[in-house]
Design a protein around this ligand. Structure first.
Ligand code: NAD
Ligand code: TYD
Length: 339
């Protein structure tokens, strides 16, 4: 079995490669990644010497490069993680989100159609469903919830999902889609809420909470997400969408305070900053379908997962200190400088 993983030098793709190489020692894994600001070869360092692993630097929107890879490798499964993934960046510069997330997905689908594949899996997000109100805790996203996007990021991911479904219906490409809630865990790029707060708290820097910190996210430990994708690519029904999430809802303020407590930092570091434009209020997944059909349930509670994550950031300071000392600093100053 040979699996092409796109975006594997990023957070979830990197964790997925580590997970798959541990769980399926006889599989070959080919990682294709353009190494944007979010891609980091240090994330892949633990597998680089493994003869079952191969890395190719390529852009998923570069049709000739992608076709050449399909021509040369005989691939069984493609899992497409490659994307521009940060909502705040999509508000600053939407165009690259359309290029990678929409056009890149189309190139991948065309390649699957042209060269043949057993499965194309699209890693999508619960953000395609828009948001839920804060005062209706009984509401959850199900697979039939209409697509209703808020940010250029979620609009680009929703567009990609629609293309994937169109290629299944029209060209019979054997696809599956998963829509997951917010992930956290090792190798998470420090522009996102949890690693940013851990890094800032450790450095005694202000903890920038958007608005009042009331927005709710449904947190999933990244390994639980990887296991769900492993189940979907092997046992999921072609043409289907699977929601992935595990009833671990927290307000942003609760998350920040949990990190502060775990690190023994001061709550005085919390700084309320200008809210994100179009900020989604609440995401919450109903994972009944994947539980019923594939037997998946998350195994890591938020309390356990956040402890493991904080420990990982304490044990791997070099990984994230290298990132925040580089060009990322310019991004940080631009985004938070006058909030
Ligand atoms: P990430 O930003 O950490 O990593 C993205 C990776 O894709 C990077 O390695 C980057 O170099 C690569 N990449 C970007 N553009 C590329 C291109 N044109 N060609 C090839 N590679 C390219 O993102 P992540 O958080 O790991 O998210 C992975 C996927 O999961 C995305 O599709 C995202 O939409 C989805 N997702 C993420 C979350 C989350 O909480 N992080 C939740 C649900 C779904
Ligand atoms: P983020 O990690 O960017 O994920 P997403 O926007 O995909 O949910 O943000 C998670 C939540 O945290 C979101 O409600 C925005 C908020 N947030 C802050 O309050 N401060 C920050 O510095 C960041 C990056 C996010």
């Amino acid at each position: 079995m040979k699996i092409l993983v796109t975006g594997g030098a990023g957070f979830i793709g990197g964790n997925f490669i580590h997970y798959m190489m541990k769980e399926h020692k006889n599989y070959e894994i080919l990682c294709v990644d353009a190494l944007t600001y979010a891609g980091n070869m240090e994330t892949l360092a633990p597998v680089m010497e493994n003869p079952k692993f191969k890395f190719i630097k390529a852009d998923i929107a570069d049709r000739p490069a992608i076709y050449q890879i399909f021509e040369e490798e005989s691939l069984d499964i493609v899992v497409n993680f490659a994307a521009e993934s940060h909502v705040d960046r999509s508000i600053e510069e939407p165009e690259i989100f359309l290029r990678t997330n929409v056009m890149g997905t189309q190139v991948m689908l065309d390649a699957c159609r042209k060269y043949g594949i057993h499965r194309y899996h699209q890693v999508s997000t619960d953000e395609v469903y828009g948001d839920l109100p804060l005062d209706r805790p009984e509401l959850f996203f199900i697979e039939e919830t209409p697509i209703h996007t808020s940010s250029p990021y979620s609009a680009s991911k929703a567009s990609a999902d629609l293309l994937v479904q169109a290629y299944h219906r029209t060209f019979k490409v054997p696809v599956t889609i998963s829509r997951c809630s917010n992930n956290y865990g090792p190798y998470h790029f420090p522009e996102k809420l949890i690693p940013l707060m851990i890094a800032n708290a450790l450095n005694g820097k202000p903890l920038p909470v958007y608005g009042k910190g009331e927005n709710v996210r449904d947190w999933l430990y990244v390994e639980d997400h990887c296991r769900a994708i492993d189940m979907i690519i092997h046992k999921g029904t072609i043409g289907e969408v699977y929601n992935i999430g595990g009833h671990n809802e927290r307000t942003n303020l609760e998350v920040v305070k949990t990190i502060i407590r775990a690190l023994g930092a001061s709550e005085e570091l919390i700084t309320y900053v200008t809210d994100r434009a179009g900020h989604d209020l609440r995401y919450a997944i109903n994972p009944t379908k994947i539980h019923r059909e594939l037997g998946w349930l998350p195994t890591t509670t938020f309390d356990e997962g956040i402890k493991k994550t904080i420990k990982w950031y304490l044990d791997h300071k070099k990984w994230w200190e290298n990132i925040i000392s580089g060009e990322y600093q310019e991004y940080y100053d631009k985004m938070y400088g006058n909030k």
